[in-house]
Ligand binder design. Structure first.
Ligand SMILES: NC(=O)c1ccc[n+]([C@@H]2O[C@H](COP(=O)([O-])OP(=O)(O)OC[C@H]3O[C@@H](n4cnc5c(N)ncnc54)[C@H](OP(=O)(O)O)[C@@H]3O)[C@@H](O)[C@H]2O)c1
Length: 242
């Protein structure tokens, strides 16, 4: 018996990194898991690792019609986790506004449209976990547009939590800090990963990057704690505490 037996979970960005770790954890707890991302191959590999009847639905969350199709691929949604998306870094005078608009399209409107289509399919007791990042609370240099995005997602989560409480739907935001085994360290040669992450972890009181498992633990808490709503949960080794 798992805590999520009989529940259907849609996890965008579930093909890799944080979304994959959450999908794996939820499946282990008994949920029927549907993961979404753009690359069919990445989804197939993830589904094979997760097992337990998981399936993948190729989806670009920046395209509202594709999001609608994803949500309509299940009869009802008990858990919606929206981790899809990337990041853009650079000085404000160098990064074109277009790049930030695209980031907002995928990571803000992608999450909002997933909620738009999922809420009518959610029964009381269901839960939504949005994904932002600590830039919503801590100043990250060279990430002006991303910081605005994370703050916007945090605000959206609080607003939706209050709006949807009468329907018995909880809404929370998972706000990851520096997390290893994600796009952050993908391109780094294996022998350089530890030094690379140690450099980035300089601002982190715990002096290390988090793991995708840390993020999955937090998502599991948000999925199962029935009194948790309207929260922005920074899982960041203390970064936002200083
Ligand atoms: N890693 C960190 O340190 C960190 C810190 C703060 C916040 N975050 C946020 O956490 C979330 C998860 O990222 P991650 O770190 O786990 O990185 P990741 O491993 O790159 O995972 C992101 C996933 O999202 C999918 N994706 C990207 N754009 C998409 C789109 N338009 N439509 C559908 N799927 C899309 C990617 O698959 P495809 O390319 O196949 O579509 C990928 O599987 C992201 O929103 C990220 O910005 C991460």
């Amino acid at each position: 018996m798992g805590a999520l037996d009989g529940r259907t979970a849609i996890i965008t960005g579930g093909g890799s990194g944080i979304g994959f770790a959450i999908a794996e954890r939820f499946a282990r707890e008994g949920a029927e898991v549907v993961i979404a991302g753009r690359s069919r191959q990445r989804l197939d590999e993830a589904v094979a690792k997760i097992g337990r009847g998981a399936r993948g639905v190729p989806t670009d969350v920046g395209d509202e019609e594709q999001v609608q199709r994803l949500i309509n691929s299940v009869a009802s949604v008990d858990l919606l986790v929206t981790c899809a998306g990337g990041a853009v870094f650079g000085p404000v005078e160098e990064v074109r506004t277009k790049a930030w608009r695209e980031l907002f399209n995928d990571r803000f409107f992608g999450q909002l449209s997933a909620c738009h289509y999922a809420v009518p399919r959610m029964k009381p007791g269901s839960s939504i976990i949005l994904c932002s990042g600590i830039a919503g609370h801590a100043a990250l240099v060279n990430y002006a547009g991303g910081a605005g995005l994370c703050g916007a997602v945090n605000a959206m989560g609080r607003s939706l939590a209050v709006e949807l409480a009468p329907k018995g739907i909880r809404v929370n935001v998972l706000s990851p800090g520096l997390t290893r085994n994600t796009a952050i360290d993908w391109g780094v040669p294996p022998e350089q990963v530890e030094a690379f992450l140690a450099g980035l972890a300089n601002n982190v009181p715990m002096k290390r990057a988090g793991t995708t498992r840390d993020m999955a633990d937090a998502a599991y808490f948000l999925a199962t704690c029935e009194y948790a709503t309207g929260m922005v949960l920074d899982i960041d080794g203390g970064w936002t505490a200083v």
